[in-house]
Design a protein around this ligand. Structure first.
Ligand SMILES: NC(=O)C1=CN([C@@H]2O[C@H](COP(=O)(O)OP(=O)(O)OC[C@H]3O[C@@H](n4cnc5c(N)ncnc54)[C@H](OP(=O)(O)O)[C@@H]3O)[C@@H](O)[C@H]2O)C=CC1
Ligand SMILES: O=C1Nc2ccccc2C1=O
Length: 285
């Protein structure tokens, strides 16, 4: 009876049921139409290497057509060629997520190749400075918040009308356990990853009436070039991170990919506003 809740309740009524979401159609991959993401289109930023590449591969293996992107043309070409050789349905374009014209090109590429978009996975993230928060210049603040926080929201705002046209959609943001437990000397980066938790919750509420779900994955230390270049963050027996699983194994990009595929799938159709750790331990209650 509280008026504020009325729009949300109306949107819940319209959320797709798992049964409806399982309907089978032919796939844009020319592949198996029983795959759970058949006929779907995914845009993945920062997807030519590491976690993003693994997510792109997994979504394509599950039947989606995936639009790959990152800053460097040669990386896009290499990633697209590798996945096409595996028989997967992918296309690609250059997109530095911090540049408005690149975001426009990414949207245009997705529409041109695929006619619409069902999933947006925002993986691209940077940390140009290892050091204390208060030692960071305004330029560093602008760079990190611009790429890590503003860019996902601005890209989604351009894709939104096309996702709405499809009747439902799923957005996945990539935060970090650093959002909950600050990694020493990753000051502004830690702050940006905490902001993504808030962005997830706010967008989940705003987009529920449009049947678009917004969730966030929260990786721990994952074995990629990015983490290699921040060697001091590797958990060890002196680190502030609890040594649950990581003495036995380090996280791999594929650990993140499986979770994103689930969050995009019909099985997750009643999950929104969640932040889920992939870390071998849990950073929150
Ligand atoms: N690895 C880890 O331990 C953890 C990583 N994360 C997060 O996961 C995400 C991916 O990290 P990870 O896979 O390790 O990194 P990698 O360095 O392995 O890969 C980064 C990818 O993003 C692209 N990229 C970098 N900057 C931009 C940009 N401005 N615009 C578009 N694409 C860009 C790179 O290609 P190109 O150079 O061609 O642009 C590359 O494809 C980041 O958001 C990071 O914060 C979170 C927690 C832990
Ligand atoms: O860049 C990162 N390095 C890390 C090390 C441990 C946990 C999270 C992270 C990051 O997000």
């Amino acid at each position: 009876r509280i008026p504020m809740f009325r729009p949300l309740i109306q949107s819940w009524k319209r959320l797709p049921t798992p049964v409806a979401a399982h309907s089978m159609r032919s796939t844009s991959n020319g592949g198996n139409c029983s795959l759970k993401l058949a006929n779907k289109v995914a845009v993945v930023t920062g997807s030519t290497n590491g976690i993003g590449f693994s997510i792109a591969r997994r979504l394509a293996q599950d039947g989606a057509h995936v639009v790959i992107s990152s800053r460097k043309q040669q990386n896009v070409d290499r990633a697209v060629a590798t996945l096409k050789k595996e028989g997967l349905g992918v296309s690609g374009t250059v997109c530095h997520v911090g540049k408005a014209e690149d975001r426009e090109r990414l949207v245009a590429t997705a529409l041109e190749h695929c006619g619409g978009v069902d999933f947006l996975v925002c993986v691209a993230g940077v940390n140009p400075l290892v050091g204390g928060t208060l030692k960071s210049s305004e330029q560093i603040w602008d760079k990190i918040l611009g790429v890590n926080v503003k860019a996902p929201a601005l890209l989604l705002s351009r894709l939104l009308p096309h996702m709405e046209n499809r009747g439902q959609g799923s957005v996945v943001l990539v935060s970090s356990v650093a959002a909950y437990v600050p990694v020493p000397r990753l000051g502004v980066y830690n702050v940006s990853k905490t902001a993504l938790l808030g962005l997830t919750k706010t967008l989940a509420v705003e987009l529920a009436p449009k049947s678009i779900r917004v969730n966030c994955i929260v990786p721990g230390y994952i074995n990629t070039d990015f983490s290699q270049s921040h060697k001091h963050t590797k958990p060890n027996s002196h680190s502030m991170y609890p040594p649950l699983l990581f003495p036995y194994r380090v996280g791999q990009p594929e650990d993140c990919a499986g979770l994103v595929a689930f969050l995009c799938s019909p099985e997750a159709s009643y999950i929104t506003g969640e932040s889920i750790a992939v870390a071998g331990w849990s950073p929150h209650l």
